[in-house]
Design a binder for this molecule. Structure first.
Ligand code: URP
Ligand code: ZN
Ligand code: ZN
Length: 458
């Protein structure tokens, strides 16, 4: 045995159990009430919870966007990830123009792998069917390469990233034939552009108008449209960063009718409301979709408990203060996106600690379901044969988030000052200690590319 983690409380979707874990090489080899004998390393987890590493299925690392590049490199973002208990990161590789899917992902993989501190997988965001025939014919090759989910932005028209309804339908149809799940960012671009033009013409330029230009009904319309196409085509659909009550209701209805419609939300939509855009630092919270009203926030929490929302991921896309300041006098100039990769698991586990959801449900939302849904067969749970991606969590540790105690490269966070009860104290990536009580202890480059199997199965 290379590593024994003794005396801890395992958190699994089925419940909490006292057990020891035995790790051989990179895998969990034994789970037993008591493991005796020697090992290369023995860690006493008495009083601690033992959890699977989280799987953050939504990040944008060093992504060209909003006139700049998001502020976390692959190395910085994945380093922060493991320091927050996330051991697998899914980044979005953005396909553009006539470029192929596999080529797009290969290029991002080459950027990511040298410094990766967590294991890394990719979704491909398809933004152009310029060479439609070639691209649609590449779906099987992409699935073989381990990329079994594609994203369609129903927005970002001016940015040249939007997928129109015709393209969305063709992608959904072809995806289904290849075991690929279609992810959508659901907002209505024409409604947004019309509203923005009206606000700017009236001199309304503060971040509050970012929210008002894309309020609840703008997101809800696009959610309904995407669900409509999924139902009509019998396609599987995954709605990313769901943030509004009407969207939740639409997903609940589709699920109740037996459709394979899945939804993700993010911690920022669970913690904040649109009131943040009235704050002096409101521009730092500008992301799309924006935070919504309190009714939506409540609906999201309820949906997490009821199983209407399947996953919680971050949409980690940080920008520096100087970049956010571009929009001091005009909200449309603010690069869209917020940090969160290091806060996902601690935030959801703190909610469990406070009794808002159960610990098994928090683990299911952040680790087990994302791994299953996106074909990461060796990730997401503590079971014999799985990768030894393990987090030790101290329920009694108080932690106040600050940019100063994060491990990223950005210089401001919307999470500044948020107090958590409980915090990860150790993270193991495939049996290697990569985070220990506030310090990154791994080696950049340790993270590996994950070749995924079919997506869309639970
Ligand atoms: O504002 C956001 N969410 N930025 C990242 C890109 C996206 O829409 O997911
Ligand atoms: Zn998005
Ligand atoms: Zn995103």
């Amino acid at each position: 045995m290379d590593l024994i983690i003794k005396n801890g409380t395992l958190v699994t979707p089925l419940g909490l159990f006292h057990a020891d874990l035995g790790i051989v090489g990179e895998k969990i080899a034994v789970i037993a009430g008591k493991i005796d004998g020697s090992a290369g390393q023995v860690v006493d987890a008495k009083g601690l919870y033992v959890l699977p590493g989280a799987v953050d299925v939504h990040t944008h690392l060093q992504m060209p966007f909003g006139g700049t590049v998001s502020a976390d490199s692959y190395e910085a973002g994945t380093r922060a990830a493991v320091c927050g208990g996330v051991t697998t990161v899914f980044d979005y590789a953005i396909q553009r123009g006539g470029k192929g899917i596999v080529q797009t992902v290969e290029e991002r993989r080459a950027l990511a792998e040298p410094g990766a501190c967590a294991d890394i997988a990719f979704h491909c965001a398809i933004t152009s069917l310029e060479k439609e025939g070639e691209l649609l014919n590449e779906f099987a090759a992409a699935a073989d390469y381990g990329v079994s989910s594609f994203k369609c932005f129903m927005v970002y028209k001016k940015e040249g990233m939007m997928v129109d309804d015709g393209m969305l339908m063709r992608i959904m149809e072809k995806a289904g034939e290849n075991g690929i799940l279609t992810n959508v960012h659901a907002e209505n671009p024409d409604a947004i552009d019309a509203r923005i033009a009206g606000f700017l013409a009236g001199g309304n330029t503060s971040p509050w108008y970012h929210y008002l230009s894309r309020p609840e009904f703008v997101e809800a319309e696009a959610v309904k449209r995407a669900v409509h196409w999924a139902k009509a085509l019998g396609a599987k659909l995954y709605i990313v960063h769901l943030a509004c009550k009407e969207g939740v209701e639409e997903v609940a209805k589709a699920k109740a009718e037996g459709h394979a419609v899945f939804a993700e939300t993010c911690p920022q939509y669970l913690e904040f409301t649109c009131d943040v855009y009235k704050r002096e630092d409101g521009r730092n919270f500008v992301c799309s979709p924006p935070m919504k009203g309190p009714e939506s926030r409540e609906a999201l929490w309820k949906a997490l408990k009821l199983g209407v929302i399947d996953t919680v991921a971050t949409d980690h896309c940080p920008f520096t203060q100087a970049e956010k300041d571009w929009g001091k006098d005009n909200f449309t100039k603010i690069p869209n996106g917020c940090p969160g990769i290091e806060n996902l698991y601690p935030y959801m586990l703190s909610a469990a600690n406070a009794g808002r959801i159960s610990f098994p449900r928090a683990v299911q939302l952040c680790a087990e379901t994302p791994a299953k849904l996106f074909g990461c067969d060796s990730k997401g749970s503590i079971a014999v044969g799985k990768d030894a991606d393990i987090v030790l969590y101290d329920r009694n540790k108080d932690f106040t988030i600050s940019v100063k105690n994060m491990h990223s490269d950005y210089d401001q966070t919307i999470w500044e000052g948020v107090a958590l009860k409980g915090y990860p104290v150790k993270t193991f990536l495939r049996g290697n200690l990569v985070y220990d009580n506030g310090t990154y202890t791994g080696k950049p480059g340790q993270g590996r590319y994950i070749r995924r199997s079919e997506s869309g199965c639970l």
